[in-house]
Design a protein around this ligand. Structure first.
Ligand SMILES: [Zn+2]
Length: 254
């Protein structure tokens, strides 16, 4: 039987309405309904068959590019064909309305942008683009897709021939500095954080909401699993995000 979360939805809507600078923080849980597996959570889905450090690390990319691309190729094809679900779409509407000021995401699928969100900060990079580590030429996902479809060949830079690297943050890599800095700034400004589909466990991204909370920001957590921040939440909404976000939107919009 479905639990009735209507009072939590109502409270979330009213907190969002009253907020001056609300920021969304999203994780894998917002994209699972779009068929995207969890990219960086050890012990889950993708990692059950592979040791992440063997396939998804910078060392793997450099030392065993075939192995690396065999592992990452299905992920890219999925990210390319996946479509935004109602949680992405209504979150983008909240952003377009000015209720949400920015979306900080741990996801690499680009689905926030595809659903029309303007201000998206990607902490773990993007599966939609790639860069040549040698000459810094950039490639979009359609080009990567073409290269992936040429059986067995590794995707190489058309300018210098070096193997190109997807713009996702691999193990042993730092988070992109610009994104990390912007995310920090957003957290300093925020008076409300709406966590959607993140268990707030993947370090260091998970430490971000705490910056805002320490400064007195309100916290809404819309994640099915428990999180280490539950204790500090003003609203806990362990509910399907494809239902909760549209409901919150309609309540604010009515
Ligand atoms: Zn190049």
């Amino acid at each position: 039987m479905d639990i009735d979360f209507s009072s939590q939805i109502e409270l979330s809507a009213s907190l969002l309405k009253r907020s001056k600078y609300a920021v969304a923080f999203t994780g894998a849980g917002i994209s699972t309904a779009s068929g995207i597996p969890d990219f960086r959570s050890p012990g889950k889905g993708l990692w059950e068959e592979n040791d992440p450090f063997e396939v998804a690390s910078l060392t793997a990319f450099i030392d065993h590019p075939e192995k690396f691309f065999n592992w990452i190729k299905p992920l890219f094809l999925q990210a390319r064909s996946a479509k935004p679900n109602p949680a992405h779409i209504y979150l983008a509407r909240l952003e377009n309305k000015g209720i949400i000021k920015s979306i900080i995401t741990q996801n690499i699928d680009g689905l926030h942008q595809e659903s029309g969100a303007k201000r998206v900060i990607e902490l773990h990079g993007s599966a939609r683009t790639a860069t040549c580590p040698n000459c810094h030429s950039t490639y979009d996902i359609d080009h990567l897709f073409e290269l992936f479809n040429r059986d067995s060949n590794l995707p190489t830079c058309s300018k210098c021939g070096h193997i190109i690297k997807p713009d996702v943050v691999l193990f042993e890599e730092m988070l992109p500095e610009k994104a990390w800095h912007s995310a920090h700034q957003e957290m300093q400004r925020a008076d409300l954080i709406l966590v959607i589909g993140s268990s707030l466990e993947v370090y260091p991204a998970s430490t971000l909401p705490n910056i805002a909370i320490r400064k007195g920001a309100k916290l809404i957590i819309n994640t099915l699993s428990k999180t280490p921040m539950d204790l500090y939440a003003d609203v806990l909404l362990p509910m399907d995000v494809t239902k909760s976000i549209p409901e919150i939107f309609h309540m604010i919009d009515s």
